[in-house]
Write a protein that binds this ligand. Structure first.
Ligand code: NI
Length: 246
């Protein structure tokens, strides 16, 4: 069930049988010459929505803008400051728990979000922890590429040049979802350089076309479909176990 396309009585009825919800969370940031700006939001969204279709759990709207400051040297990137993102996530969590969702599973698509999501969880728990009371809800985050079997599948399909940013794997998932957006512009070098991630200006100098360590010209929609299938199975299993916790 998708929260965005459900009416409130259906949500109320859902809450009588489950307290769990999956929130895809990502970013809007450059992903190299052929990667879509929304890649990190699209990947967890596709996986969560396909899993929900099969398993019947609730998927919330995608929190689709995150920590992308280091990508701001490229047009199209939108970033939240850490303090803004923490505040927004707290309000999402508080709204959901207000209505009885007590198991909130964030399926993340962007490595840069990890620290801020964890900080938001700490802020959400803080009032309870400081009062010595148990928090009436639990939040977890999982990166989609760390779901069971996904890393192995990425390695099998892309043994060379999957990379660290604008990866062949994530671009494949987006081409599966939006095949009409698939392009293959020239890229040089074939495999992008690796290096440290610092501020936006430094990033653009080190990684002039936006990629890190990747050759996304390997991306294929049919491989994206296979990656989503592996991730979907793992998410269904993980979400079911998490939602069943006492
Ligand atoms: Ni990405």
């Amino acid at each position: 069930m998708l929260l965005s396309t459900a009416a409130w009585p259906a949500v109320e009825a859902y809450l009588t049988r489950s307290k769990g919800i999956v929130i895809p969370i990502g970013s809007h940031e450059q992903h190299g010459p052929n990667g879509l700006i929304g890649t990190d939001a699209i990947c967890p969204e596709v996986i969560a929505q396909e899993a929900a279709k099969q398993a019947g759990f609730m998927v919330g709207p995608t929190f689709n803008v995150g920590q992308a400051q280091h990508h701001l040297g490229f047009p199209g990137t939108i970033s939240l400051r850490p303090s803004t993102m923490i505040a927004a996530l707290q309000d999402w969590i508080a709204s959901l728990t207000r209505h009885g969702f007590t198991r909130i599973y964030f399926l993340n698509g962007h490595g840069g979000n990890i620290a801020t999501i964890q900080a938001a969880f700490s802020e959400a728990y803080a009032p309870y922890s400081l009062r010595g009371e148990p928090a009436p809800f639990v939040c977890v985050q999982k990166n989609w590429w760390e779901l069971k079997g996904v890393a192995e599948a990425c390695k099998r399909f892309f043994p060379v040049g999957d990379g660290a940013h604008a990866t062949a794997s994530e671009v494949s998932v987006t081409f599966y979802r939006y095949p009409e957006a698939a392009t293959a512009p020239a890229m040089s070098p074939t495999i992008a350089p690796n290096g440290p991630i610092r501020d936006a200006a430094d990033y653009r100098l080190r990684f002039p076309d936006g990629r890190i360590g990747s050759n996304p010209l390997q991306a294929r929609a049919d491989i994206g479909a296979e990656l989503v299938a592996v991730a979907r199975v793992a998410l269904i299993e993980e979400a079911a176990a998490f939602f069943a916790e006492d």
